[in-house]
Design a binder for this molecule. Structure first.
Ligand SMILES: Nc1nc2c(ncn2[C@@H]2O[C@H](COP(=O)(O)OP(=O)(O)O)[C@@H](O)[C@H]2O)c(=O)[nH]1
Ligand SMILES: [Mg+2]
Length: 199
């Protein structure tokens, strides 16, 4: 029988930009990647039910490292550097991009990607770019429409349906509503992670 993951047991392992420092590439891993400030770290904290596991910030563009968290031995979540923060110097931005691509294309334990998008502005150009990379790399994607608490329930559902109908196309992707402070969609996100990490 498959073990049920207790996400509240998530522990920080290490953070680094350089591949030589990354956690040994065995077992199973799911990475979170998205535009800066969309609520990626807040989502990891809500899913793990820990206030400050992944640091959150009101200042966008702060997380510049890959951060590895362990759920069980050999089962991990990874917080990737955020993309698309306009004030980041180009040289640094290119370096992040290089590392993200290196990670996505070479990481054998990677089972799928969670892409949080602000529900008020989903599928920015960079999100679309990320979606097309994941398609090339044949990585399944789960989209969290974050900050769902900022819209009425009706409006949030209509964005959800719009994304399902008009944006997923031929991608191997699923989508859900999410709110860290209201804890909307936490169980749904855990179920998706469980199905990828310990099917
Ligand atoms: N209202 C609301 N604010 C959120 C939510 N998720 C994150 N935030 C806020 O958005 C800002 C950026 O969040 P953070 O998790 O650091 O984003 P990251 O850069 O994608 O990791 C912070 O001020 C958070 O408190 C959410 O679901 N609802
Ligand atoms: Mg963050």
């Amino acid at each position: 029988m498959t073990q049920t993951i207790d996400f509240t047991q998530a522990k920080f392992l290490l953070s680094s930009l350089e591949r030589k420092d990354w956690v040994t590439d065995s077992g199973a891993e799911v990475a979170f990647v998205g535009r800066s400030n969309v609520g990626k770290s807040s989502a990891i904290n809500a899913i793990s039910n820990q206030k400050a596991l992944a640091r959150t910030s009101k200042t966008p563009g702060r997380t510049q490292l890959l951060v590895f968290f362990e759920l069980l031995e050999g089962v991990r979540l990874v917080d990737l550097p955020g993309y698309g923060f306009a004030k980041t110097p180009i040289a640094i931005r290119n370096r992040w991009q290089e590392k993200i691509i290196e990670y996505l294309s070479k990481r054998e334990s990677l089972q799928g990607l969670v892409i949080p998008m602000d529900i008020r502005r989903p599928f920015t150009e960079l999100d679309q770019q990320m979606m097309s990379w994941t398609d090339e790399l044949q990585l399944p994607v789960h989209i969290l429409l974050t900050k769902a608490d900022k819209l009425s329930r009706g409006k949030a559902r209509s964005v959800l349906f719009d994304v399902q109908r008009n944006w997923l196309g031929a991608y191997d992707a699923s989508v859900q509503l999410f709110s860290a402070p209201k804890r909307i969609g936490v169980e749904e996100a855990r179920d998706r992670l469980q199905s990828w990490l310990l099917p």
